[in-house]
Design a binder for this molecule. Structure first.
Ligand SMILES: Nc1nc(=O)c2c([nH]1)NC[C@@H]1CN(c3ccc(C(=O)N[C@@H](CCC(=O)O)C(=O)O)cc3)CN21
Ligand SMILES: CC(C)C(=O)C(=O)O
Ligand SMILES: [Mg+2]
Length: 289
């Protein structure tokens, strides 16, 4: 029996008792694309907290602890300042709050680019601290050696090509990629390099549709699109974006809810009742007898 307030901690490091429902695995995710086809697209959403993970878990194949938490939770101007400590703590919360989806953790900027060895140290830290199953890192050909190094040593890697937000200072912004022939060729080449290096899946972000389709068809691993194409092998969005937490969101976001309005209206009701002393009532007050 469980209540609304009870977290399922059955797969956390603190409590390794087996969960009632078996968690999906990386090989099962990888196997969803067979002979270049994916019957039912993979569903991925970001999660940063235990309660959010609880609510999303049964609806998703994968939960991504994205470094977008820098902007979404911490109010930072980009993902550049996000640290390993932040990623590990949020990933641990998401693992505690879920028991079905595969939890993937973004490697933050500066924790992996230097060498495969550095990447292994950072990735193993993230997995040990959180109990997550896999990491995601940004970059194509330049990261292929690192992807192979990690996957051959027990750490499944999800790739990420196209609009790679950690490269914002090189790219000069968050504009869609793949409009020139050179850019298009690079994106498809990057996806192929990650595929050959053993990435179990590849995020394609902010890429013009024909190139997202070409990259999807060029690789054996399932691609997960965000601002890419419905023909990718799966889709991902930042949960807060699709819930309607923010006014301004990238063009590729569809707002499925209006949580911002709900929060504001609810806070307004509470504030009004406090100010007119209609809250708390007898129901919310302790009496001696
Ligand atoms: N809340 C949130 N959602 C995201 O999708 C997201 C993050 N944060 N943080 C990390 C990166 C940054 N991303 C972004 C950020 C901004 C745009 C954006 O505003 N794009 C414009 C075009 C910009 C241009 O042409 O220069 C757009 O209209 O889509 C896109 C992706 C995607 N990621
Ligand atoms: C948008 C997804 C793919 C991501 O990398 C993140 O949330 O950080
Ligand atoms: Mg990210």
């Amino acid at each position: 029996m469980s209540t609304t307030f009870q977290l399922d901690t059955s797969t956390s490091r603190a409590n390794p008792t087996p969960a009632p429902m078996k968690r999906l695995t990386v090989p099962r995710i990888r196997a969803r694309k067979k002979d270049g086809e994916t019957e039912t697209p993979l569903v991925m959403l970001t999660a940063y907290t235990a309660r959010q993970a609880q609510l999303l878990d049964s609806h998703c194949d994968l939960l991504l602890v994205g470094d977008s938490l820098g902007q979404v939770i911490y109010g930072l101007p980009s993902t550049i300042p996000v640290t390993l400590r932040m990623m590990a703590d949020h990933a641990a919360a998401v693992v505690r709050g879920s028991y079905h989806a595969v939890v993937v953790v973004d490697m933050p900027f500066g924790s992996y680019e230097e060498s495969p060895q550095k990447a292994f140290e950072s990735a193993s830290f993230l997995l040990k601290e959180s109990g997550a199953a896999a990491v995601k890192l940004e970059g194509g050909e330049a990261m292929a050696e690192t992807v192979a190094f990690l996957s051959q040593r027990g750490i499944p890697v999800m790739g990420h090509v196209g609009l790679t937000p950690q490269a914002v200072n090189v790219l000069g912004g968050y504009a869609a990629r793949g409009r020139s022939d050179a850019e298009a060729d690079k994106i498809v080449g990057d996806a192929k390099a990650l595929d050959e290096a053993g990435a179990f899946s590849i995020v394609i972000e902010g890429v013009v549709e024909p190139i997202a389709i070409a990259a999807t068809q060029a690789v054996a691993a399932p691609t997960i699109g965000i601002g890419a194409s419905a023909q990718c092998d799966g889709q991902v969005l930042v949960t807060e974006d699709m819930l309607g937490m923010f006014e301004r969101v990238p063009r590729f976001v569809k707002k499925y809810g209006n949580i911002a309005e709900t929060i504001e209206q609810t806070a307004q009701k509470y504030a009004q009742e406090v100010r007119e002393r209609s809250f708390p009532t007898e129901d919310q007050t302790y009496q001696p007898k």
